[in-house]
Design a protein around this ligand. Structure first.
Ligand code: GDP
Ligand code: MN
Length: 348
């Protein structure tokens, strides 16, 4: 501390200081953001936080995807904020439209019904394309094919603590394929028949189901019914090769054929979560307690005061959602035989 003041006004190069990056090899990894041009200032906030808390030390690339062409402002603002290379991709029309087996009149009727019932995004076509795209296609975009690992970032999210290690390398070194920071119960009106479709998939593809899976996270009766628990997918660090693997593609295709992305409003969060929960051994799913995160309306603020102080966290531990009744994270801990962190019962 203090050196910064002495060097004020001098660039690191001119002062002879090395750049403030962590040396060593990098993973084959990228951030990925799906966004509209109108999201530019909200994604700018997210990027600034991700860079400050993590990526300025690692300089990973950032891929931006959009169903329309990105405009110059979006590209200028986002590439100025990022420390790695930026890439901008347009989503092919076939990945953002109604597949031919969908009855669009039936889908329109559903949207009207959901509008009347005031179900969030219930009347939106674009939201449905978005959920289907995140469920089945983003990892197959040509720009994503170069990478093995991804970290999904949405507009208007916050990171509250410094992340001093390479989270991608952590995933690889520890045999993890999927990860989360927040988990909760899905809004049942959006997925009434999702579990029926999942059961159809299990029956048709028993070879894809992992032996030591996380069924207990998803179901309270051995798989008969879904308890609606899912990992919140607006944050994800995961392995792209897993999503591109035959088991995952078979899973997505099975669900897609059943039509619930359009006849209901299936979200990519329950889709990814159920896939990870059933097709990955439970050890391959990781809870990042140390990645402090906010996406409206929930906060994950790490339990453990010393950790928060050491990592310069600026979240209020009282806002932490993990141990509240609507979170599924305690269930995840139990299923994996994990000890809840010190302070979980008195910090909130
Ligand atoms: P919520 O988090 O479920 O409320 O949904 P968001 O509005 O945050 O959308 C999820 C992600 O998809 C965000 O990264 C959005 O920027 C993106 N997104 C949503 N709708 C569209 C769309 O129509 N086009 C594009 N290109 N991105 C979208
Ligand atoms: Mn969002």
């Amino acid at each position: 501390k203090g050196d910064a003041a002495i060097d004020m006004g001098t660039s690191p190069v001119m002062s002879g200081l090395p750049p403030a990056t962590i040396p060593g090899p990098r993973m084959n990894a990228t951030f990925v953001t799906l966004a509209r041009n109108s999201d530019v200032w909200e994604i700018a906030r997210s990027i600034r936080q991700v860079e400050d808390r993590f990526n300025r030390k690692f300089n990973y690339d950032w891929v931006f995807l959009n169903d329309a062409e990105f405009d110059d402002t979006f590209k200028k603002v986002t590439s100025a904020l990022t420390s790695g290379n930026t890439k901008y991709g347009k989503i092919p029309k076939e990945h953002w439209s109604f597949p031919e087996w969908i009855d669009t009149d039936k889908a329109a009727k559903v949207r009207e019904d959901m509008k009347e019932k005031k179900i969030i995004y219930g009347d939106s076509i674009s939201y449905r394309h978005m959920c289907r795209y995140e469920s089945g296609f983003f990892f197959r975009h040509p720009l994503m094919l170069d990478y093995e690992w991804y970290w999904r970032v949405e507009p208007s999210v916050e990171l509250f603590c410094d992340i001093d290690y390479d989270a991608f390398k952590f995933m690889a070194d520890n045999g993890k394929k999927y990860s989360f920071v927040l988990s909760l119960y899905e809004y049942v009106e959006t997925i009434p028949t999702l579990w029926d479709s999942v059961k159809g998939f299990i029956k048709a593809n028993p070879q894809h189901i992992a032996k030591d899976n996380s069924m207990k996270f998803l179901s309270d009766d051995g798989g008969n019914t879904y308890n609606h628990c899912h990992f919140w997918s607006n944050f994800e660090i995961g392995n792209l090769n897993w999503l591109r693997s035959q088991p995952y593609i078979d899973f997505f295709n099975h669900l897609d054929k059943d039509g619930g992305f359009f006849y209901e409003r299936w979200g990519d969060a329950p889709v990814h979560s159920i896939a990870a929960g059933l097709m990955l051994p439970k050890e391959e799913i990781h809870f990042f307690n140390d990645i402090a995160y906010y996406h409206v309306p929930f906060t994950h603020c790490p339990t453990g005061e010393q950790y928060r102080l050491d990592h310069k966290c600026h979240c209020n531990p009282k806002d932490n959602f993990d141990w509240q009744g609507y979170s599924c994270t305690a269930r995840y801990y139990e299923l994996n035989g994990m000890q809840k962190p010190e302070g979980y019962d008195h910090e909130a």
